[in-house]
Write a protein that binds this ligand. Structure first.
Ligand code: KG4
Ligand code: ZN
Length: 331
């Protein structure tokens, strides 16, 4: 059985085919970074138009046809409403034309499933840290589709904080990976960034204060390139330390011994190294998606679609629904 996956929640147009026997058999992606760079962030209308422009060529590129797929999975939410509607409308029209069932996928379940594209898969139950441009959550995954949110961000997501601080440093969009690269040249310990919410019980996050502190440290200061790298290094340490400590706390509280880390920020090397150090010491099993599947892609949606197909969880009607806000626990 083969599932076509379509991802259009934000600024990447991704399509892929997952085969129940052979695994991922095709995937491709169009990154819209070039369209948004000039504006320093994603322009929703441009994102929608680019999805419209690229979906058919990408589908042709992976050679998806009515004959070689059995179902169509698409990102139903959360995300930018226009971008989601393009993907949902496209998937429904294709499903009608090809007479295939469609499956609406929660984008964060997709991110979680990216870790299952590897031959060695996590086993339930596990704890997951979902860190992207729009989300920072710690969840307990009891089984596929059964997710309890244990911690969430009260304001900015970790990726958003990376991107906003990167912008203050004059780095291009999306700044997270560029800030992490700059941080490699930095010397730690110059800037005293706090570790937000660690002094309080619970598993919630807050990153907007860190970003404001970065603003005060950068604004009107004319930092030298070395000072900029030092700031990037200390900022990254503060975000990573906070994420790691909350994961440790969550593992302690739940008694779970498996951790899955997914979403765009799971590509961050410092985060991976620090979590790996802890996991090795405490004999925690840790799983990450392959680097190319950390950020948005169609493969994770195709895999989530395959899991839902197995459970007969199909859309019940042809009507087009997108959910720009959609709690993961309700999916
Ligand atoms: O999952 P994703 O592609 O999109 C959302 O669902 O939001 O995540 C994108 C986010 C951006 O904020 C980007 O800056 C961040 O992931 N990101 C990183 C790294 N790679 C991507 N942040 C820090 N370090 C990285 N290496
Ligand atoms: Zn994402």
């Amino acid at each position: 059985m083969r599932v076509l996956g379509i991802e259009t929640s934000c600024d990447e147009t991704g399509v892929a085919i997952y085969d129940s026997e052979c695994g991922l058999v095709a995937h491709t992606l169009h990154s819209q970074v070039a369209s948004h760079t000039a504006y320093g962030g994603v322009v929703p209308e441009l994102a929608s138009r680019d999805h419209i422009r690229y979906l058919i060529p990408l589908l042709e590129e992976i050679d998806a046809t009515a004959e070689n797929i059995d179902a169509i999975a698409y990102t139903k939410g959360p995300g930018l409403i226009g971008a989601l509607l393009v993907g949902a409308g496209f998937a429904k029209a294709l499903g009608y034309a090809w007479q295939k069932p469609t499956i609406g996928i929660h984008h964060m379940e997709g991110h979680l499933m990216a870790a299952f594209l590897d031959p060695i898969k996590p086993t339930y139950p596990f704890l997951a840290l979902l860190v992207s441009g729009g989300h920072t959550q710690i969840i307990a995954a009891r089984e596929f589709g059964n997710y309890e949110i244990l911690g969430d961000t009260l304001d900015d997501a970790a990726g958003e904080a990376f991107d906003k601080t990167a912008k203050l440093l004059g780095l291009a969009y999306p700044g997270g990976p560029l800030l992490a690269k700059l941080a490699e040249q930095g010397r730690p310990g110059t800037y005293n960034f706090p570790r937000p919410m660690l002094d309080r019980p619970g598993l919630d996050f807050s990153f907007s204060g860190l970003k404001t502190q970065a603003l005060y440290a950068i604004r009107d200061k004319n930092l030298t390139p070395q000072e900029q790298a030092n700031l990037a290094c200390d900022f990254e340490d503060a975000v990573v330390d906070t994420l790691v400590k909350k994961c440790i706390r969550a593992l302690d509280q739940t008694g779970l011994d498996t951790l899955v880390v997914a979403g765009g920020v799971s590509a961050n090397k410092k985060l991976r190294t620090k979590l790996q150090d802890f996991a090795t010491k405490k004999k925690i099993k840790i799983f990450y998606p392959d680097l190319k599947f950390c950020t948005d892609n169609g493969a994770m949606i195709a895999y989530a679609g395959y899991e839902r197909y197995k459970r007969n969880l199909f859309d019940q009607s042809l009507s087009i629904h997108a959910r720009p806000r959609w709690p993961l626990a309700e999916c």
